[in-house]
Write a protein that binds this ligand. Structure first.
Ligand SMILES: *[C@@H]1O[C@H](CO)[C@@H](O)[C@H](O)[C@H]1NC(C)=O
Ligand SMILES: *[C@@H]1O[C@H](CO)[C@@H](O)[C@H](O)[C@H]1NC(C)=O
Ligand SMILES: *[C@@H]1O[C@H](CO)[C@@H](O)[C@H](O)[C@H]1NC(C)=O
Ligand SMILES: *[C@@H]1O[C@H](CO)[C@@H](O)[C@H](O)[C@H]1NC(C)=O
Length: 486
């Protein structure tokens, strides 16, 4: 999931905070769907609800077949097994890495062997490497600090940076204590409110501190729970502001340094980071299709991202979303179904660097905007599904309300406002209906962007339920007589 969108460069900090303070516990990119008003409903009731209900209801048998195959039948546990094989074989897959190249080759081969129509679309992607890194508290006592450098950070000189620490709890406190920041390593010990709100410290902490003359920043990891786990992620340097090294530290160490500072004791930390940015690398979006029999040019798009951070296995973020987007096509194919419109699974590259693969895909394919029926993204985990999140017109909403009724056998008949996802947001901003998967995700940010994002977090039954939901929604929308109303 869900990294800081390139567009966030354009946002002032203040605007960012005013948007996120809506209390949206979601990813920063999703804020764009709120701020750009794609949630607004433009009514165009070309078809009456009374016409669409029986048409959608006529799919209840086929929906049951899909669900039976995924949850109780031959495909049971398949998306989990596929994900385990993929992530155990390849490991994590950060933008620009050889692992990501291997992952794309792996998926190209696997989906081709599965009988799908597969191709790759080239994309240039960022290539940031972490290098060796370490941090140590020197005063008031020696203690090593667990860190993860943040994506796009510069490194330190080889001998490191050793400096006194200023600990603050907020941007406001930093401003009040501006004169103390010069020459210091600024430690942000901000409490976790929600990901959408608190991630501003990871995204903008380095530049805000650099403006006041700080030499480096250490950011408390953006997580509500920790067993001394640092959580990485993308960060944005502001134009015209000195680039200083920035890394996340654990909740425990941030609180420790805060307590020490409160007692008036001086803290000195030595930080060594070998991070650097190399020239952009070659990569691909991976595309698999079942071509529609009647309107092959019209598309229902399902997606997840194939890249991850360079820690853990990237099983949850976003291996699960990628696998259910493949599995949905497998289920439909295994049942010998072929919808009117094309079902297209896109496994995005370089999402974590700001939706780079998805933005390029949009730029290339927006000439065919009018042929995109629905764009779907799963990037919030594949835990127990709770609802389908949807953004579209009132008329489209009425259709989708009927579609989710077909999910009664798996108890997920709820439709919620606001489809979201970094990678589908350009389409939604252009007015294409968008859908995402709401799962029971209370633990998502415990593991997010950390060494803890492994297969151990995943559960085969939950993945079956997610796959079934994804397949039913995609198939039925792709096979209805008409595209969703805009
Ligand atoms: C409503 O949909 C019809 C058919 O697609 C289209 O011709 C018409 O321009 C739309 N009207 C509005 C207000 O969007
Ligand atoms: C699916 O996975 C569950 C949990 O690991 C296991 O108990 C069950 O036997 C598996 N079923 C099949 C058909 O693989
Ligand atoms: C646009 O759609 C047409 C018709 O399906 C197709 O031939 C063409 O390749 C598409 N162009 C792009 C850039 O996707
Ligand atoms: C749906 O809910 C019913 C009633 O609580 C339960 O018996 C059934 O097992 C549930 N189905 C699934 C697939 O979880």
């Amino acid at each position: 999931m869900a990294q800081e969108h390139r567009l966030s460069f354009l946002l002032s900090l203040i605007m960012f905070i005013s948007i996120v303070s809506n209390g949206c516990d979601c990813h920063p990119q999703s804020l764009w769907s709120i701020s750009s008003g794609t949630g607004a409903k433009t009514s165009n009731d070309t078809r009456k609800a009374s016409d669409i209900a029986p048409e959608v209801a006529s799919y209840s048998d086929v929906a049951k077949q899909i669900i039976d195959l995924a949850v109780f039948g031959a495909a049971r546990n398949r998306s989990y097994r596929r994900l385990a094989d993929f992530t155990d074989t390849i490991g994590n897959r950060v933008s620009g890495s050889q692992n990501l190249e291997m992952a794309i080759k792996y998926m190209h081969k696997a989906m081709t062997q599965d009988g799908l129509d597969v191709h790759l679309e080239p994309v240039k992607i960022p290539h940031w490497v972490r290098g060796q890194e370490s941090a140590e508290m020197i005063l008031p006592r020696a203690k090593s600090l667990a860190i993860l450098g943040l994506g796009s950070s510069v490194g330190t000189p080889p001998e490191g940076i050793q400096a006194q620490v200023l600990v603050v709890q907020s941007f406001d406190e930093l401003k009040q204590r501006a004169s103390e920041a010069t020459g210091k390593i600024v430690v942000f010990n901000q409490p976790f409110v929600s990901y959408g709100e608190t991630v501003a410290y990871r995204a903008f902490g380095a530049s805000e501190a650099a403006k006041l003359g700080a030499v480096a920043t250490l950011i408390r990891s953006i997580t509500p729970f920790s067993i001394n786990s640092p959580h990485t992620g993308w960060q944005d340097y502001q134009d015209g502001v000195k680039h200083i090294p920035t890394a996340c530290i654990t909740v425990e160490d941030a609180e420790l340094m805060w307590r020490i500072a409160q007692r008036g004791q001086a803290i000195i930390v030595k930080l060594i980071m070998g991070a650097k940015t190399l020239p952009d690398a070659d990569s691909f979006n991976t595309v698999a299709e079942i071509r529609g029999w009647q309107h092959p040019e019209q598309v229902v798009l399902l997606s997840g991202h194939l890249d991850s951070w360079d820690v853990g296995q990237g099983a949850m973020d976003d291996g699960g979303g990628a696998m259910i987007s493949w599995e949905a096509l497998s289920l439909i194919k295994d049942l010998g179904l072929r919808p009117r419109r094309t079902l297209r699974t896109v496994l995005w590259t370089a999402e974590e660097q700001g939706g780079v693969g998805a933005q390029q895909y949009f730029n290339l394919h927006k000439v065919n905007l009018s042929n995109f029926d629905l764009v779907m993204e799963s990037d919030l985990g594949t835990f127990t599904p709770v609802a389908l999140q949807f953004t579209g017109s009132d008329a489209a909403w009425k259709v989708m309300e009927e579609v989710v009724k077909l999910l009664a056998p798996i108890n997920t008949t709820k439709l919620e406002m606001h489809g979201e996802g970094t990678d589908i947001s350009p389409w939604m901003q252009a007015g294409i209906p968008g859908a995402s998967l709401h799962v029971a995700d209370s633990r998502y940010f415990w593991f997010h962007h950390s060494e803890g994002d492994t297969m151990t977090v995943q559960n085969p039954r939950d993945m079956d339920l997610c796959s079934a939901l994804w397949a039913v929604v995609a198939y039925v929308v792709a096979d209805l007589e008409d595209m969703l109303p805009r």
